[in-house]
Write a protein that binds this ligand. Sequence first.
Ligand SMILES: *Cc1c(COP(=O)(O)O)cnc(C)c1O
Length: 233
Amino acid sequence: MSTIAANLQAVEATITAAAAASARPRSTIQLLAVSKTFPAEAVLEAMAVGQRAFGENYLQEGVEKIADVALAQPSTPVEWHFIGPIQSNKTRPIATSFAWVHTVERLKIAQRLSEQRPPEMGPLNICLQVNVSGEATKSGARPDELRELARQVAQLPNLRLRGLMAIPEPQTDPALQRAAFAKLRQMAEDLRDDGLPIDTLSMGMSGDMEAAIAEGATIVRVGSAIFGNRNYD
Ligand SMILES: *Cc1c(COP(=O)(O)O)cnc(C)c1O
């Protein structure tokens, strides 16, 4: 078995155990394999053992990989998620190449994505990124701005607001990991109380996916535990 296949099996076991520990059906949690910095060949290896959803952070790298994978496996449907920082002048390739965007934190970006999404592709699935760690990280909408942002994004025609995403400050203590994820879960519940039909909590990575699942994650974004350590050179 390839390393990637063995790693996927181990991650699957972790997710299954964490789901069982919270009495959640495994089917309520999607594994997003974060393939940034790894070549199309790594994605194809993961696809060979059934993985179908992949996350990319860097636009040009992601768009090229999507094309390479489609060329190599034209008849296998793959779901691509954009999970990196978004520059407002580079929204079009995101709107035309991806099925999901997890990192929307401003209305202006959402408006551009909606305008640039080809309607025949169906709505672009959106998660709003929230800054749950305050000063420690800069990315994400402020919690006090979230309600208004969500209300406005939910009205854009070519987007479908699915839920919330966070990258909390890294913590090794599982209790602290859970506390940050619990905040995001509460914010999602508040939006649901406002009447927004959201169903997604994108939270948890290689180092904290169990805590995220315990707090209700519906998508875990896992990179290094599947593909190995990244080399940014
Ligand atoms: C890189 C990245 C991940 C995966 O991180 P690992 O620790 O390698 O699992 C998940 N989410 C986002 C937004 C990332 O940028």
